[in-house]
Structures are given as structure tokens and as C-alpha cells.
Design a binder for this molecule. Structure first.
Ligand code: MLT
Ligand code: MN
Ligand code: ZN
Length: 297
């Protein structure tokens, strides 16, 4: 199985266009080599069948930067077979607009998310005249790539996107995914939005070689400290990395699993490789994913 990390920043990216906080200023000064585009992953068990997890607003540039996702020949062909959405957030779905030229892509999403993308942020109806995207529910185990790639959705929370904050639709609104290569036995978990740590996540981590998870914030009050406003990390749908109940405590001591953080907000000090927070992660043998990273399992 192969994971290509296409983007690793939370909504807005790093640097964010209208921000000169410490992290954004550092990134702006260092130049594009250290910039982070908005979180997106590509996964495959065989080279001619790739699936995106989430479709970030940066998806076109991300695909162009990834040789394995180039069309093998001819016109209107792509090794990209579909997109799996973890939730309906704008930074995970707006990129679907940029994929409208695509031949029939399979779009997988939890039922509440598909409904929100039909009514509240009506991507589904907007895209319908452009192509034959097939919307598929995620429930139970999916078998993609002719059965080679098994995908299991792990319900995480009912955190709704801001544009659907008032929705009464039942969840789950946010899921994580476990991928299993039916041929090699390799397995990985992708969990970029963790408002809480569900029990099912511990079970899903059993036997995986790699987990890539929500690294939006280092601390609960980071947004307010850096930007002067903003709710806490948990209220925004993201367990912080550090502090009591943070996700790092959940990762410590998990031997045999490669652990990486993604979806870093531009306020997160761990985005800076020279930061104290990054050395705390290194001491715990936990990594921060980088754009373009290639992970083979
Ligand atoms: C999130 O991850 O909390 C959202 O993507 C925030 C946003 O709306 O940009
Ligand atoms: Mn986000
Ligand atoms: Zn900033």
C-alpha cells in the first residue's frame, strides 16, 4: 500500500493569505519549500488505482505535483478512481469543484455529509451537469480497486461544518478511515479530524503500520492566544496534541506504528521544525507529515 501525503495544513494553509502570525511570517520568509497546502491524502494498493481522501481547495496543484497521479496516456484518463470524504468541511470538499472535468469518480461520504453537500453547500447538484460522479454512502466495509483495497469508516463525531451548524441530521458527520491491502496485509489509519478519541479508533489501530492524525492545534487555547479570538480547539472539532487528554498521550508507547500528524493549523508551533514542540514529538518518536511525503507499507 502506498500513501502520498498531498497536503498537511488545516483550512487556510501555511502561510495563510491574510495572516502574519509568527508561524505564517516564518513560512512566508522561508519561501514555498516549507509551505503547507491544505490537507489531502492519496492512497493506493495498486499503481493504477488511487483514491483521494478529502478534496482540498489546493487539489489541482497537489495532483500536478504527484507523478503517480498523472494520466497514463490518452485524454481524459486518470489513475484517480474516487474520493473518500472524512467530513463536509470546506477545506475537505471545495476541491471537488476542481475535479469536475473528471470522468466518473466515485465519491464516498457519510450520509449526513452527502445530504449537507446536496442541500446546505449544494456541490452535488452544482457538479451534476459536469460529469457522472457517483455518490456512494460509507457504511460498513467498502471494497475498492476490485476488492484489493478494503476501507472501513470509523465514526468519530457529530461536529458539523459551520455552514450546516444548525442541521438536525443525525451523524456521524465525521469519520476516520482504516485501509487494508487485501493482498499484502498492510494497513493504515487516516484520522485528520478528531473532536474526540472514539473507542473504535483504538480497535482500528490494531495491526496497522501507520496512522496519520489530526494535528491542528498544539494546545487548547492556541487560536485565542495567537489570533486574539476563536473558540477552543475541542469546540472547533480538534483535540489538541499536547496537554491533558491531548492526542500525543494516546500515541506514546504504541510501538510498531508509525505515527504522523497532519492538518496543522498555521498557529501550531509544531509546524516549525526548529520548535520545542517538534522536539517533544521527536522524543516520542512521532512525526509531522510533510507535503509530498511518500509512505510505503
Ligand atoms: C476545521 O477543520 O475545523 C474547519 O476546516 C475549519 C474551517 O471551516 O476552515
Ligand atoms: Mn479543516
Ligand atoms: Zn498565521
Amino acid at each position: 500500500m502506498r500513501l502520498r501525503v498531498l497536503g498537511t495544513a488545516a483550512g487556510g494553509g501555511l502561510p495563510q493569505w491574510n495572516c502574519a502570525c509568527r508561524g505564517c511570517s516564518r513560512a512566508r520568509a522561508a519561501g514555498p519549500a516549507v509551505w503547507r497546502s491544505q490537507e489531502c491524502l492519496a492512497v493506493s494498493a495498486s499503481p493504477d488505482a488511487w483514491y483521494l481522501v478529502n478534496a482540498s481547495p489546493d487539489v489541482r496543484t497537489q495532483i500536478l505535483a504527484t507523478p503517480g497521479l498523472a494520466p497514463p496516456g490518452g485524454t481524459r484518463h486518470s489513475p484517480l478512481r474516487g474520493v473518500l470524504l472524512t467530513d463536509g468541511e470546506l477545506d475537505h470538499t471545495a476541491g471537488l469543484l476542481a475535479l469536475r472535468e473528471g470522468a466518473a469518480l466515485d465519491l464516498f461520504a457519510p450520509a449526513a455529509v452527502t445530504a449537507a453537500l446536496t442541500e446546505d453547500f449544494p456541490l452535488r447538484s452544482l457538479l451534476a451537469p459536469y460529469g457522472a460522479a457517483r455518490w456512494r454512502p460509507v457504511a460498513g466495509e467498502l471494497r475498492l480497486d476490485d476488492g484489493r483495497l478494503r476501507v472501513t469508516a470509523i465514526p468519530v463525531s457529530d461536529k458539523r461544518p459551520r455552514y450546516a451548524a444548525g442541521s438536525t441530521r443525525p451523524g456521524p458527520w465525521v469519520v476516520a478511515y482504516r485501509f487494508d491491502d487485501a493482498v499484502t496485509g498492510a494497513a493504515a489509519v487516516y484520522a485528520p479530524s478528531l473532536a474526540r478519541w472514539p473507542e473504535e479508533l483504538d480497535a482500528a489501530l490494531s495491526g496497522v503500520g501507520c496512522v496519520i492524525l489530526d494535528g491542528t492545534f498544539w494546545s487548547e487555547d492556541e487560536m485565542e492566544r495567537v489570533t486574539g479570538h476563536g473558540p477552543g480547539a475541542r469546540a472547533m472539532g480538534h483535540l489538541p496534541i499536547g496537554g491533558v487528554g491531548g492526542t500525543l498521550g494516546r500515541l506514546r508507547g504504541r510501538t510498531g506504528i508509525r505515527c504522523l500528524y497532519t492538518h496543522l493549523n498555521n498557529t501550531n508551533p509544531a509546524a516549525d521544525p526548529a520548535s520545542r514542540e517538534r522536539s517533544v514529538l521527536a522524543d516520542a518518536l512521532v512525526e509531522v507529515a510533510s507535503d509530498g511525503q511518500d509512505i510505503r507499507l
